[in-house]
Design a protein around this ligand. Structure first.
Ligand SMILES: [Zn+2]
Length: 357
């Protein structure tokens, strides 16, 4: 345990880590941070490391959390009352009253600590609600319980709709004493400008392959990763642990790859009827699966574009254009509003078919 505490538990992101370490050393830790960067690279972990280090009762000589004091242990187990995580809730949360038996308690515990990405999109609310913010604000007048500082970490802060965000605004403007906010997001542009302007932004990039491999190796057991597959997962992950984990389930991966092949076949055959069928099928895919299918398609077209770059430049240009079309589709689906997945996909197929150099 002690080895994996605080900033030591964070792989990569050297610039972000040293910025925060310096802030602690100089007693200039910001009240409101925006952690912005790709999904699945460890932003949330760094937010927790920061909270842990700030509250640790026995920091190491180099200013890191000890990993062994009560505060460190509680923070690592997500049980510290002064580290509040705000994220989208389950549509159908397990009822407190039902937690009387051990199995329900175990389930509730699993839900709390489970990697967020593993909860099917369909089980989650669309956004962080106004009620959640109101509840949070009722806690603000009180001093932190055990820690010297209180931390409020927003996962997927872009899921704060304007109504909820506006409720939060004043508190971000004048944060309660000893309270810090970290807004974590892969889509900073989706946040209100009024919110963003109050944050000190810390940018995250993709991880180096070695760092992705190290995270997967260190967490192999808790992440259910087969050590024999780590190299494959690293290659598929493209610098993101979260993305690498999408490919952990080999059967699911086969199914997605089959969908990719169908799309490519449909493009070659080119009968619009197939597009409708494919669009309908895509509508039924889990959001993560759909994301992954689009990612694989994008990667295929980019690979083709590179492959033909010198010998068949026209072919290469068509494939580059196709990769862009898939990327645009992805951002459209990420856009926050609930798009009609089937129509968006059908439109993508038509554009892919018509793509010209
Ligand atoms: Zn400690």
């Amino acid at each position: 345990m002690a080895g994996l505490a605080g900033f030591r538990s964070v792989r990569g992101h050297d610039a972000a880590v040293s910025l925060l370490r310096r802030a602690i050393a100089n007693d200039r830790v910001s009240s409101v941070y925006l952690f912005a960067g790709p999904a699945g690279v460890g932003k949330d972990r760094l937010a927790h490391a920061l909270a842990q280090t700030m509250n640790c009762r026995a920091r190491t000589d180099d200013g890191d959390a000890c990993g062994a004091c009560e505060i460190c242990l509680k923070t690592a187990r997500a049980m510290h009352p002064d580290v509040i995580v705000l994220q989208r809730e389950l549509k159908d949360p397990p009822k407190d009253a039902a937690r009387d038996n051990a199995r329900d308690r175990a389930e509730a515990e699993a839900l709390r600590t489970r990697r967020r990405e593993e909860i099917p999109e369909a089980d989650l609310r669309q956004n962080i609600t106004v009620e959640q913010i109101e509840e949070l604000l009722t806690r603000m007048p009180f001093r932190p319980h055990e820690g010297a500082t209180r931390w409020v970490i927003f996962r997927e802060a872009d899921r704060l709709l304007p109504a909820a965000a506006n409720k939060l605004l004043k508190t971000l403007e004048e944060p309660p004493r000893d309270t810090h906010f970290v807004l974590v997001t892969a889509r900073p542009s989706a946040l209100l400008t009024t919110i963003r302007s109050r944050c000190q932004t810390v940018r995250f990039g993709l991880l180096a392959p070695d760092d992705v491999a190290a995270v997967l190796r260190d967490g192999a057991e808790s992440l259910s990763v087969d050590p024999a597959h780590i190299d494959d997962l690293v290659a598929l992950g493209d610098g993101s642990v979260g993305r690498a984990l999408e490919f952990r389930d080999r059967e699911a991966h086969k199914a997605r790859q089959a969908m990719v092949d169908e799309v490519l076949n449909a493009l070659r055959a080119g009968s619009p009827g197939v597009y409708v069928t494919l669009g309908e099928r895509a509508k039924e895919l889990d959001r993560h699966d759909l994301d992954t299918v689009l990612l694989l398609l994008q990667r295929y077209f980019r690979h083709e574009a590179l492959q033909h770059a010198s010998a068949r430049p026209r072919q290469a240009a068509v494939n580059a254009a196709r990769a862009d079309i898939v990327r645009d589709t992805q951002s459209l689906l990420d856009g926050g509003a609930t798009p009609n997945v089937q129509l968006v996909l059908q439109a993508m197929l038509v554009r892919l078919r018509e793509a010209r150099a």
